[in-house]
Write a protein that binds this ligand. Sequence first.
Ligand code: ADP
Ligand code: MG
Length: 302
Amino acid sequence: MSKRGSFTEFGLIEKIKKSAVSRPDVVCGIGDDTAVLDYSASKYLLMTTDMMAEGVHFTKRIEPRSIGHKALACNISDIAAMGGIPTHAVVSIALPPKTSARFVKDVYAGINALARRFKVSVVGGDTISSRQFVINITLLGEVEKKNLVLRSGARDGDWIFVTGSLGRSWKSDRHVSFTPRVEEARFLVSRYKPSAMIDISDGLAGDLGHILKQSRVGGVLVADQIPLNPKANVENALCDGEDFELAFTLSDAQSRKLVDWQLKSGRWFFYPIGVITRSKDLKLMTADGRITKISSKGYSHF
Ligand code: ADP
Ligand code: MG
């Protein structure tokens, strides 16, 4: 996960992808939220990793417990984006020479509190010394084959949903305290058939952009429908990133059923924010009826 995705970063990953050796059990390698590996008759194994460095993904001001929380939570979020459940983790830490035992203990308190909630076992890791504090977690998960959701399945006419409010995650410290949306994703995949899903780490425009590109479609977002965090505007939702909500697409018929169910139950978890189109751009419709193209870097015309 990048704090901010850039074309250079994605260009680099494309090159790494082209040079990767592929085994026959790799169902999906580089390019989705997790790798998908053939595992058993009914399930896939999911595998993902995220690295975080002081000064990039958190500042000195952030509590060590919250650093541990974030390091595991962003991995769990990637497993959720595939429709799966997390299972086992290995944790590696690079520690500057003067790091206190208390600091490390508190980072692990954050990891373990979240690990307990999501029944994740920490089964190993590595410890090295370095100039800067870095933490890397690799997480395994599993998903029933029928419930796997990739980035590549969105179709013309599908609705676009998000699981919660977006924007200003860094200003509010939500980026270190969020709950990964496993429960919501499991509800979805057990009752509906989302056609594509991704977690929003780099901003709605960029991450939805991955779904559009990999599904070879476009989309129109309705500005008024995008749920916003306090003080956030639509540009924050499109560009800020680190919201760790899920964005997903669902057929027209199933979307109507999902919205109906939410209206009847009075429980509102999934916010429809737009539709998938055949033309390959991402566009934004504002209240005055104007439709503007959004670049994958975000929307900067406010
Ligand atoms: P996410 O934000 O969901 O964590 P990223 O944007 O970090 O995803 O990565 C996109 C894809 O590229 C993922 O499939 C990831 O595993 C892969 N990837 C990222 N960095 C590397 C790397 N250095 N080598 C191989 N694959 C990578
Ligand atoms: Mg992701």
